[in-house]
Design a binder for this molecule. Structure first.
Ligand SMILES: NC(=O)c1ccc[n+]([C@@H]2O[C@H](COP(=O)([O-])OP(=O)(O)OC[C@H]3O[C@@H](n4cnc5c(N)ncnc54)[C@H](OP(=O)(O)O)[C@@H]3O)[C@@H](O)[C@H]2O)c1
Length: 409
């Protein structure tokens, strides 16, 4: 659908991002996009916008035939699903930033777009301001990518940077991330790695045509990291980052996980600090390319929302070309990772689970093991869930070099 008429917007949410896009649109008159009404949850909050714009009645927006674009920027995934599915069902174009809702309803959202032939854009849902989805959709649409590896959660990256560089305690760093508006309303989504798993679910769809659920992705956040891990990292010249990674292990199998990772200085991710995000796209034809920018915050996120709204002027839709390549990619758990596991007692980790052990270290305060392990064995290991143990992947595990030679030109 192309819009020769004005974009008449129904905006849901007036928080960090919702108020951001309201202000940005006011300063972008050339776009000819007008916010007709704003739906919020708490009517008594003070708002920096005319009172007559606000309502708590979602149906006033959803049933308004003049509203042709719904911009969904709320922090409630269930309510967001109702808003987005109803809007798409009635032929409205939708822009959303809600990675939790999108990852949870990916298959249904694909079907809704197919049935209603309307645009559903969500660049802000993955890495805030960085155009990851649009690049995967448009630029790498015919490249059978080797890998997508990134720091895709600004809040945990901010916390880890503060902890590693300033020695700030975890709780203080988390509070600061929340004050600065980088953290999700429910911060466990960030620190447990769930937010990154939601984003990786979306990335897997655009990079490999895999329609999965966040639960299909192994994910460990940063809550189990121990101060001794930072000491190890510093000694070896690494930085600890929460990294999301998808990489082809053969022609049809893709490894996918979110895990704390040792990143060395030769990696582009090494200098991705604070709330910044960075994504390395391992292409089959052009080697590695790196995109970097702010993954959260009012205006960086509004920038992606603005770009999606602007794209509606020419009826832009995702084509999901990787769904139609004829190659049936799926997530595989049968591959090998090099890991470091630190623990209080050596008996807390089953060394028999390892394919090979490179090093064991035993001091009074902390012990660690480094070695290779089958991913499926790691995923299922009971000791992985012991809160006293921490697991960190070596960032050089499973690089594109490990692909069988016939898959490289
Ligand atoms: N913050 C970021 O940097 C960032 C980055 C990328 C993506 N996102 C995503 O953007 C979305 C919004 O995040 P945010 O940080 O802007 O959240 P926020 O500051 O917590 O604001 C949430 C807004 O949603 C409204 N709301 C909640 N439930 C509602 C409902 N059922 N109906 C109508 N309005 C409702 C709230 O209303 P009241 O004002 O009345 O409470 C509030 O205005 C989330 O999906 C988030 O994951 C955020």
């Amino acid at each position: 659908m192309t819009y020769d008429k004005k974009l008449i917007i129904g905006l849901f949410g007036f928080g960090v991002v919702g108020e951001g896009i309201y202000r940005v649109l006011k300063q972008t008159p050339t776009l000819q996009a007008e916010i007709k009404r704003i739906c919020i949850k708490h009517p008594d909050k003070l708002r920096n916008a005319p009172a007559e714009l606000f309502t708590t009645e979602a149906d006033l927006l959803l049933n308004d035939p003049e509203i042709n674009v719904v911009v969904e920027l709320i922090d409630d995934a269930e309510a967001a699903w109702h808003i987005v599915s109803t809007s798409l069902g009635s032929g409205k174009a939708v822009v959303s930033a809600n990675k939790k809702m999108i990852a949870a309803h990916l298959a249904e959202l694909l079907q809704l777009q197919d049935e209603n032939k309307t645009s559903f854009l969500y660049e802000a849902a993955v890495c805030g301001s960085i155009p990851v989805i649009r690049n995967l959709e448009e630029y790498y649409d015919n490249d059978m990518l080797n890998s997508v590896t990134g720091i895709i959660n600004g809040s945990t990256n901010y916390i880890l940077t503060r902890m590693n560089e300033d020695g700030m305690p975890y709780d203080e760093a988390l509070k600061l991330a929340q004050q600065l508006g980088f953290a999700e309303t429910d911060p466990s989504l960030d620190v447990e790695g769930t937010d990154a798993a939601n984003k990786l679910t979306i990335i897997l769809n655009h990079a490999y045509g895999i329609v999965s659920a966040p639960d299909d992705i192994m994910c460990k956040g940063i809550t189990q990291l121990h101060p001794a891990d930072s000491v190890y990292a510093k000694e070896k010249g690494y930085s600890i980052k929460l990294v999301a990674r998808a990489h082809r292990v053969n022609h049809t199998d893709v490894a996918a996980y979110v895990l704390p990772t040792f990143v060395g200085p030769r990696s582009q991710l090494f200098n991705v600090r604070f709330e910044f995000n960075g994504v390395i796209i391992g292409t089959r034809l052009a080697d590695e390319q790196f995109i970097y920018g702010k993954g959260a915050g009012r205006y960086p996120t509004s920038s992606a929302v603005l770009s999606d709204i602007a794209a509606l002027r020419y009826g832009y839709k995702y084509e999901y070309k990787k769904l139609h390549t004829g190659v049936d990619y799926h997530i595989s758990n049968d591959h090998v990772l090099r890991v470091y596991v630190s623990c209080e007692n050596m008996s807390d980790v089953s060394q028999n689970d390892f394919i090979a052990i490179d090093e064991t270290y035993n001091s009074q305060s902390r012990k660690y093991i480094t070695g290779s392990i089958n991913f499926d064995k790691l995923r299922k290991a009971a000791w992985l869930h012991n809160p006293a143990n921490s697991v960190i992947v070596f960032g050089d595990s499973g690089t594109a070099d490990s692909l069988p030679p016939e898959s490289v030109l």
